[in-house]
Design a binder for this molecule. Structure first.
Ligand code: ARG
Length: 467
C-alpha cells in the first residue's frame, strides 16, 4: 500500500486539512500502534461492517455505498488473512490502515464509513471484542484443566499423601483431595472469567469521540449485530473505560498465581527427595552435562510467566490511574500488556493441563511419606477426647508427650508399645492403634469438604455436574 519515503513528508490523509506538514520521524515512531494493534484486524472489520450496515439502515448512507463498503471490507479481510496486506506505519494504527485501503479499493464511498464514529469508540469496540473472545477461550481452557484434575482426583480418591502446612507434615490427606483443591481454585478463576464476560458485554460503538452524535444512529442495532447484550449507557465513560482490560489482567494474574503454586508443587514433588510424582518425558527436559537429570522446565516456566502477567496488570493500572476523562493517547498502551498476558496465560494453562494429565503419581512414595513425621498425632489427640473424655487441650498435651517419646526412640507413633503410651496416660487402650494408620486417619475425616475418600467423591460428583 504505502508509497515509500514520500509518505512521511506529506501530511496525514485522514486529518491533513489542519496540517501543513507531516510528523517528525520520531513522532511517527512513538505514535504508531500498527506493530501490535494489527492483531485487531478481524474485530475492526466486523465492527465497521456492523456500523456501515446500521448507517444504511438508518438512511445515513445509501445502500449502494454500504454495499461497496462491505464488499471492500471483505476484500481487505481476505487480503490480511492471506498475508497480502501491506501495513503502513505512517497510517498509525489498524483503523486507519483499513480505512485507507478501503479508499484505494472503492473510492469516495469509503469516506462515508467514518460518519458518526471516531477512532475512540472504534478502538474501544475492537479491543473489547478481542478481550471478550479471549475470555471465552480462557473459559474453555480452564474447563479442560478442571476436567484433567477431576479425572486424576477420581483415580486417586484413596491415595494417601502427607498434607502440609508450613511445608511441614501436618495430617494425612488424599491426593484426590489435593487435586480437588486445584479444581476449586481454577473453578473460581472460571467463574471470574464468566462474570467478566457479563460485565463487559456492552457495545461501545456509537459513543463517537466522547459526546455521542447528532446522526440518527441505532446503537441497539450495532450492539445486537456484534453479539453484545446492549449498548453502553454513557458515551464519556465508554471511550474512557478500560476496565474490561484491567479485569482480564486481574483475572489472568490470579489464575497465573494459582498455576504458579501448582507449578511449584510439581517442582517439589518431582525431586528425588520427595519422589511423589515422575514427570512425563513430554513435559521435562534433560541436562546437557548431568545424564541422570530430568528437569521440570515446563513447570518452572509456568511459574515464571506469572511475573509477566502480574507485571502487565500493574503496568496498565499505572497507565490508567491519572487519566482525566475521556480518551487520552496513553490508552494505546493497553494492548501489548493484554496481548502478552493472554499468550502467556494460554500457554501456561495448556502446559499445566498436559502435565496434570501425564503426571505419573507414585502412590507408594506418597503413602510412605504420609505415615512419617507423626502425621496422625491429631488422630491420637482426637481419640483421647472421644474415648477417654479428655478436654482437647489436655489431649493435645498428652499427645505431645507421646510424640516426644517416639522422637526419642526414633520410631513412629504406631510403633510405641501400649505400655509406653499408658505410662503417658493410663486410659489409653490398644484400640488407639486403629486410629494411628494413615488410611484410618483420612477415612475418619468425613466432615463436609474433608479428606475422606467418600467426601472427596461427593465433591467430584458436584463438580462433574457443573462443568
Ligand atoms: N491507536 C489508538 C489507540 O489504540 C486508536 C485511537 C486513537 N484515537 C485518537 N483520538 N487519537 O488508542
Amino acid at each position: 500500500m504505502g508509497d515509500g519515503t514520500s509518505e512521511t513528508k506529506s501530511s496525514n490523509q485522514m486529518w491533513g486539512g489542519r496540517f501543513a506538514q507531516g510528523p517528525a520521524a520520531i513522532m511517527e515512531e512513538i505514535n504508531a500502534s500498527i506493530g501490535f494493534d494489527k492483531k485487531l484486524f478481524a474485530q475492526d472489520i466486523r465492527g465497521s461492517i456492523a456500523h456501515a450496515t446500521m448507517l444504511a439502515h438508518q438512511g445515513i448512507i445509501s445502500a449502494e455505498d454500504k454495499d461497496k463498503i462491505v464488499h471492500g471490507l471483505d476484500t481487505i479481510l481476505s487480503e490480511i488473512e492471506s498475508g497480502q496486506f501491506e501495513f503502513s506505519r505512517r497510517l498509525e494504527d489498524i483503523h486507519m490502515n483499513v480505512e485507507a485501503r478501503l479508499a484505494t479499493l472503492i473510492g469516495p464511498a469509503a469516506g462515508r464509513l467514518h460518519t458518526a464514529r471516531s477512532r475512540n469508540d472504534q478502538v474501544a469496540l475492537d479491543f473489547r471484542l478481542w478481550v471478550k473472545e479471549e475470555l471465552q477461550k480462557c473459559e474453555q481452557m480452564l474447563t479442560d484443566l478442571i476436567a484433567a484434575f477431576l479425572d486424576r482426583a477420581e483415580e486417586h480418591a484413596e491415595t494417601v499423601m502427607p498434607g502440609f502446612t508450613h511445608l511441614q507434615t501436618a495430617q494425612p490427606v488424599t491426593f484426590g483431595h489435593h487435586c480437588m483443591a486445584y479444581v476449586e481454585m481454577f473453578g473460581r478463576d472460571r467463574s471470574r472469567v464468566r462474570h467478566a464476560i457479563e460485565h463487559m458485554d456492552e457495545s461501545p460503538i456509537g459513543a463517537a469521540a466522547l459526546a455521542g452524535t447528532g446522526f440518527p444512529i441505532d446503537r441497539h442495532m450495532t450492539a445486537k449485530a456484534l453479539g453484545f447484550r446492549e449498548p453502553t449507557r454513557n458515551s464519556i465513560d465508554t471511550v474512557s473505560d478500560r476496565d474490561f482490560a484491567l479485569e482480564f489482567l486481574a483475572i489472568a494474574s490470579i489464575c497465573a498465581v494459582h498455576l504458579s503454586r501448582l507449578a511449584e508443587e510439581i517442582v517439589i514433588w518431582s525431586t528425588p527427595q520427595f519422589g511423589f510424582v515422575r514427570l512425563s518425558d513430554a513435559f521435562s527436559t534433560g541436562s546437557s552435562i548431568m545424564p541422570q537429570k530430568k528437569n521440570p522446565d515446563a513447570a518452572e516456566l509456568v511459574r515464571a510467566k506469572t511475573g509477566r502477567i502480574n507485571g502487565s496488570l500493574i503496568a496498565l493500572l499505572t497507565v490508567m490511574k491519572g487519566l482525566p476523562l475521556a480518551y487520552s493517547k496513553d490508552m494505546q498502551e493497553d494492548k501489548e500488556q493484554v496481548f502478552d498476558s493472554a499468550e502467556s496465560l494460554e500457554l501456561a494453562i495448556a502446559a499445566m493441563t498436559g502435565m496434570v494429565r501425564d503426571l505419573d503419581v507414585r502412590a507408594d512414595r506418597m503413602k510412605a511419606a504420609a505415615g512419617s513425621g507423626y502425621s496422625t498425632a491429631t488422630d491420637l489427640a482426637d481419640w483421647l477426647v472421644r474415648e477417654a473424655g479428655l478436654p482437647f487441650r489436655d489431649a493435645h498435651h498428652v499427645t505431645g508427650r507421646a510424640v516426644a517419646l517416639a522422637e526419642q526412640k526414633a520410631c513412629e507413633l504406631a510403633e510405641l508399645s501400649l505400655e509406653d503410651l499408658q505410662a503417658i496416660h493410663a486410659d489409653i487402650t490398644d484400640k488407639v492403634f486403629d486410629v494411628l494408620t494413615v488410611e484410618a486417619s483420612v477415612a475418619s475425616r468425613t466432615s463436609f469438604g474433608g479428606t475422606a475418600p467418600s467426601e472427596v467423591r461427593k465433591q467430584i460428583a458436584w463438580w462433574r455436574g457443573r462443568n
